[in-house]
Design a protein around this ligand. Structure first.
Ligand SMILES: Cc1ncc(COP(=O)(O)O)c(C=O)c1O
Length: 310
């Protein structure tokens, strides 16, 4: 089957920025030029996807919602029994040292990665990672393009589901994103931009890289949260709804509810709130960002301004 010939976009699309060719990357305590920033082929992250990570954003020289990101990172590390080897204060210093060395105060996206470190032999046993964790901080100038909002996202429902927590808990921001990548491949082959993923019961859950919401009769619905990433933006949007008397529900709902929704949108640290205009070839609502989208986008923007000025 041929894939549909149309332009595909991503929630991570950003304007080209030549400054990214000259960034300094933090690798285990040292700031090194991008071209020299490497880890060992024996690294647990490279070899086995054995690590955890966070995607953060800098606004006005400040890491937005840093405490929440660190909470999630340390919680994930504890769950996989990975000793980060640095406390929150030292890790925070490393993050600020990295963005300051790169003169980044705005439109910066930072990927903080912690793996179980170099192994003495190529095998999964965590006891072989005897050299301590590997910590890498990649800071990039990444401004979300406004075209994404104008154009909106097209989703495609895929057969790859969000699994049960006793296999690989979907709440873990693990280095191995194979489940999400396989989901995205299905969606891309179908000509869509991102994958809409169901949970083990067939309820609509999330996308491969963002959290998913629908709007029906003035109410905002998102999944129960059981099988998706505990997204920080997701939580902020839910809190904003509550603070602003917008009815919001974390509940089970199906594809029928989603296809018939007045609006749909996704949330994530990079893009904030992004409209969804199509699911499985069906237009959602008016096929463009709707009034609830604009309201929540505005509230989220204000929240960030308030957050960085405190
Ligand atoms: C699968 C998945 N869903 C959702 C998110 C969005 O989470 P956040 O809002 O914390 O960026 C991420 C981000 O890492 C993710 O990997």
């Amino acid at each position: 089957m041929q894939t549909m010939a149309r332009i595909q976009v991503s929630t991570h699309d950003s304007e080209q920025d030549s400054r990214n060719e000259h960034i300094l990357i933090y690798v285990d305590g040292k700031l090194v030029p991008k071209q020299e920033a490497v880890v060992s082929v024996y690294d647990s992250g490279f070899m086995l996807g054995d690590g955890v990570w966070e995607g953060l954003r800098v606004h006005g020289g400040v890491f937005a919602f840093l405490e929440e990101h660190l909470d999630r990172l340390y919680e994930s590390a504890k769950a996989i029994d990975l000793d980060i080897g640095m406390n929150r204060e030292t890790l925070t210093q490393a993050l600020y040292k990295t963005v300051r060395a790169n003169d980044m105060t705005e439109d910066a996206h930072i990927r903080l990665m912690v793996t179980r470190g170099r192994k003495k032999a190529p095998f999964q046993d965590p006891r072989l990672s005897i050299f301590g964790p590997t910590i890498v901080i990649i800071p990039e100038f990444k401004r979300a393009g406004e075209e994404m909002v104008q154009r909106g996202l097209r989703l495609y429902t895929v057969p790859v589901i969000r699994g049960l927590p006793m296999s690989q808990d979907p709440k873990l921001n693990s280095h191995s994103k194979l489940n999400c990548i396989m989901a995205l491949i299905h969606a891309l082959k179908a000509g869509a931009d991102e994958a809409l993923m169901l949970d083990v019961h067939g309820f609509v859950n999330t996308t491969n890289s963002t959290n998913f919401f629908i709007v029906r009769k003035g109410e905002v619905w998102t999944s129960t949260g059981d099988y998706c990433m505990n997204g920080i933006t997701r939580r902020k949007v839910i809190e904003l709804c509550r603070e602003n008397d917008i009815p919001v529900f974390e509940r089970n709902y199906s594809l029928v509810d989603s296809l018939g929704a007045a609006e749909a949108f996704v949330t994530g640290t990079f893009g904030g709130v992004t409209p969804v205009v199509e699911i499985d070839g069906r237009q959602i609502g008016e096929g463009k960002a709707g009034p609830m989208y604009w309201r929540l986008k505005g509230l989220y923007k204000e929240l960030i301004v308030r957050h960085i000025s405190t």
